[in-house]
Design a protein around this ligand. Structure first.
Ligand code: A3P
Length: 290
């Protein structure tokens, strides 16, 4: 079974049969603890990058300690049942000691209800929707069975209509943007991290109140560059059973502006119009090239 088997809509969000209705209900009821450390994103927005930084700071800026575990195992992924486990993610979460590191792409209507009121700190990483779509297009095809491979044109249509696995970019980004001023929410942008990785790491450090010892910052920045994370087996998902990173690397290009190699002029115009319609009241803007 894969993340693409027998997809169906549950409350407007496309899920595969890996994620049953019962599981989604149980995740809604998960108890969130005040000291949970939570990374939320739309898939392919720079989640792994954010997780690597958060976990290094969490482990007192001890890079080796953070990288003892594969990034896949460092955070509990809340959204799906592991294929090799009889327990659901909510059951595993309940059994973990505090403080827990949690990652989720769940939409606001399906994430744990307590995330709306919790004091736990939440980092949301957002990426401009054009590059986010291209990255997700590649990833989806990399993990989909042959009969569910999509052309860019079909994927683009589904992305615009918010009919891709894990739901819509517009929906999740609008929700977390509306909470950006909550004391326990840090809203980051992938493009800002590209422009100033040092600044991004410092923001995360200040948000959690995890200081960076003198002389460590440059080392963390260097460790978290795209090329270093791409060659690091602990972060490049080469351990993933569902992804052949030799043919389709998880760390693909790591760029702002790759969308220009995919969007036709017509698609770009249509997308800009759609963005204006859906997002005009939010004030959420992105860099599309650097
Ligand atoms: P591309 O497919 O555009 O290369 P996620 O972790 O949410 O799945 O996001 C994956 C995307 O983030 C991929 O984008 C990946 O290359 C990019 N990425 C991961 N680490 C990065 C880093 N250190 N610097 C820049 N981009 C990074």
């Amino acid at each position: 079974m894969t993340a693409f088997d027998e997809p169906r809509f549950v409350d407007g969000v496309l899920h595969s049969s890996v994620t049953s209705d019962e599981l989604l209900k149980a995740i809604r009821k998960l108890d969130i603890r005040d000291d949970d450390v939570i990374v939320v994103s739309y898939p392919k927005a720079g989640t792994t990058w954010t997780q690597e930084i958060v976990s290094i700071l969490f482990y007192g800026c001890d890079i080796e300690k953070a990288d003892e575990k594969y990034i896949r195992h460092r955070f509990l992924f809340l959204d799906m049942k592991k294929l090799d486990s009889s327990l659901g993610p909510h059951e595993i979460a309940a059994s973990l000691p505090s403080p827990r590191l949690i990652k989720t792409h769940l939409q606001s209507n399906e994430m744990p209800e307590q995330l709306t009121t919790t004091k736990a700190k939440i980092v949301f990483i957002a990426r401009n929707p054009k590059d986010n779509a291209v990255s997700l297009f590649h990833f989806s095809n990399a993990i989909a069975p042959r009969d569910r491979q999509q052309s860019w044109s079909d994927f683009f249509t589904d992305f615009c209509e918010e009919k891709v696995i894990m739901g819509g970019w517009f929906k999740i980004n609008t929700y977390w943007w509306s909470r950006r001023q909550d004391k326990n929410v840090l809203f980051l942008k992938y493009e800002d991290m590209q422009k100033d990785l040092t600044g991004g790491i410092m923001k995360i450090s200040e948000f959690f109140g995890w200081p960076i010892p003198d002389g460590k910052l440059d080392e963390i920045v260097e460790h978290c560059t795209f090329s270093n994370m791409k060659s690091n087996p602990k972060t490049n998902y080469s351990d993933s059973p569902s992804l052949d990173v030799n043919s389709t690397p998880f760390m693909r290009k790591g760029k702002v502006g790759d969308w220009k190699n995919y969007f036709t002029v017509a698609q770009n115009e249509a997308f800009d119009k759609l963005y204006e319609e859906k997002m005009k009241d939010t004030g959420l803007l992105f860099d599309y090239e650097l």
